[in-house]
Design a binder for this molecule. Structure first.
Ligand SMILES: NC(=O)c1ccc[n+]([C@@H]2O[C@H](COP(=O)([O-])OP(=O)(O)OC[C@H]3O[C@@H](n4cnc5c(N)ncnc54)[C@H](O)[C@@H]3O)[C@@H](O)[C@H]2O)c1
Length: 285
C-alpha cells in the first residue's frame, strides 16, 4: 500500500516509518524543522516540503491510500501562536482536504492538550476546553478530519529520539549534569512509550474514532527523577526554579481504547531502555 507519513522525520514519525516500511511503500513529507534526515529509514522516500503548501501536500500524497498525519509544531512553548495555528490547523486542513479528494484514510496525531486544565482523568468523550493555541489548533483540526479517520490524542510520549521531560532528564542524569525543576515537581503527566504509541497508530488500518493514547497512570516529576536516578545509579543535584505556566495534572482515561489496545511498556522498563540507548562516554579528566 502507498502510505504517506507527514512528520515522518520526527521523533514519533521516524519510529512509525521504520515499522511501516517493512510492508509498505512509504513517502515522508517533512520540512525538517525539528525532524532529522538521519532518522529517516532508507527504505522510505523523503520529500522535503511543507504542509502549509498545498502543492507540496498534493505532490507527496499523489496515489496514496492512507496518510498518517504527524507533522506539527509539537513543542508549543517555543513558537508563537500564529505559527502554531498556521501549521497545526491550516497545514492539517491541507492534508485532510487532499485526503478527501483522493479518498485516503487519515490517522491524525492529536494531543492531550485538547483537554486544557480540566481535572484528570480525561475521558475521550468529554467536552474539550483547550487553553493553549496548540490545543485549540489540534481540536479544530480534529473537527475537520474526514469521516472514518482515526484520531489519537497522545499524552506525554517518551523513548529514543524523544524531546520531552523524560528524555531531557535521563540525558542530563547519565551525563552527570544537575536537573532543574520548574515549580515544586509535583506536576503530573501520563507518560507513554513511543513503541506503544506506534502500536496505537497501526490501529488505523482497521479502526476509526477518537481515542486517548496514554497509560491511565499519573506520575509526578519528582518520582520520574527518582526513578531515573535509581535505575541509572547516578544521583545528581536537583534545583528548583520559578514555576512555568503549565498544566498541573494530566492523566488519560483509557477505558474506551482498552478494547482494542493497551500499553505494554512500564515506565521503569521504558526508562531502563532509554538509559541504555544513550551512548555517553564521560571525558577522562
Ligand atoms: N511527543 C509528544 O509527547 C506528543 C504528545 C502529543 C501529541 N503529539 C503529536 O504527535 C506528532 C508528532 O510529534 P513528535 O513528538 O514526533 O514531534 P517532532 O517535532 O519530533 O515531529 C514533528 C515533525 O513534523 C515536521 N514538521 C513540522 N512542521 C512542519 C511543516 N510545516 N511541514 C512539514 N513538516 C513539518 C518536523 O520537522 C518533525 O519532523 C505531532 O503532531 C504532535 O503534535 C506528540
Amino acid at each position: 500500500m502507498k502510505i504517506v507519513v507527514t512528520g515522518g522525520a520526527g521523533f514519533i514519525g521516524s519510529h512509525l516509518v521504520e515499522k511501516l516500511a517493512n510492508e509498505h511503500d512509504v513517502t515522508i513529507l517533512d520540512n525538517l524543522s525539528t525532524g532529522r534526515k538521519e532518522w529517516v529509514d532508507p527504505r522510505a522516500k523523503l520529500i522535503k516540503g511543507d504542509i502549509r503548501d498545498i502543492a507540496d501536500v498534493r505532490k507527496a500524497m499523489r496515489g496514496c491510500e492512507m496518510v498518517f498525519h504527524l507533522a506539527a509544531i509539537a513543542d508549543a512553548r517555543s513558537s508563537n501562536a500564529d505559527d502554531i495555528y498556521a501549521v497545526d490547523f491550516l497545514g492539517s486542513k491541507n492534508v485532510f482536504d487532499t485526503a478527501k479528494l483522493i479518498n485516503a484514510k487519515v490517522v491524525f496525531a492529536s494531543s492531550a492538550a485538547v483537554y486544557g486544565d480540566a481535572p484528570p482523568p480525561h475521558r475521550d468523550d468529554a467536552e474539550c476546553k483547550p487553553i493553549s493555541q496548540y490545543g485549540k489548533s489540534k481540536l479544530r483540526a480534529e473537527k475537520i478530519c474526514p469521516e472514518g479517520s482515526l484520531i489519537l490524542r497522545f499524552f506525554n510520549v517518551y523513548g529514543p529520539r524523544g524531546h520531552g521531560v523524560i528524555n531531557i532528564f535521563t540525558e542530563k542524569t547519565v551525563k552527570y549534569e544537575d536537573v532543574k525543576i520548574f515549580g515544586t515537581g509535583m506536576q503530573t503527566r501520563d507518560y507513554v512509550h513511543v513503541e506503544d504509541v506506534i502500536e496505537a497508530l497501526l490501529l488505523g488500518f482497521k479502526h476509526s474514532g477518537i481515542y486517548n493514547v496514554g497509560t491511565g497512570k499519573e506520575t509526578n516529576l519528582l518520582d520520574v527523577i527518582d526513578l531515573i536516578q535509581r535505575i541509572s545509579g547516578i544521583r545528581t543535584h536537583k534545583s528548583f526554579a520559578m514555576p512555568k505556566k503549565e498544566i498541573q495534572r494530566s492523566q488519560a482515561d483509557i477505558a474506551r481504547i482498552s478494547a482494542i489496545w493497551s500499553p505494554k511498556i512500564s515506565l521503569k522498563l521504558g526508562i531502563k531502555e532509554l538509559i541504555s540507548s544513550i551512548d555517553y562516554k564521560p571525558k577522562k579528566k
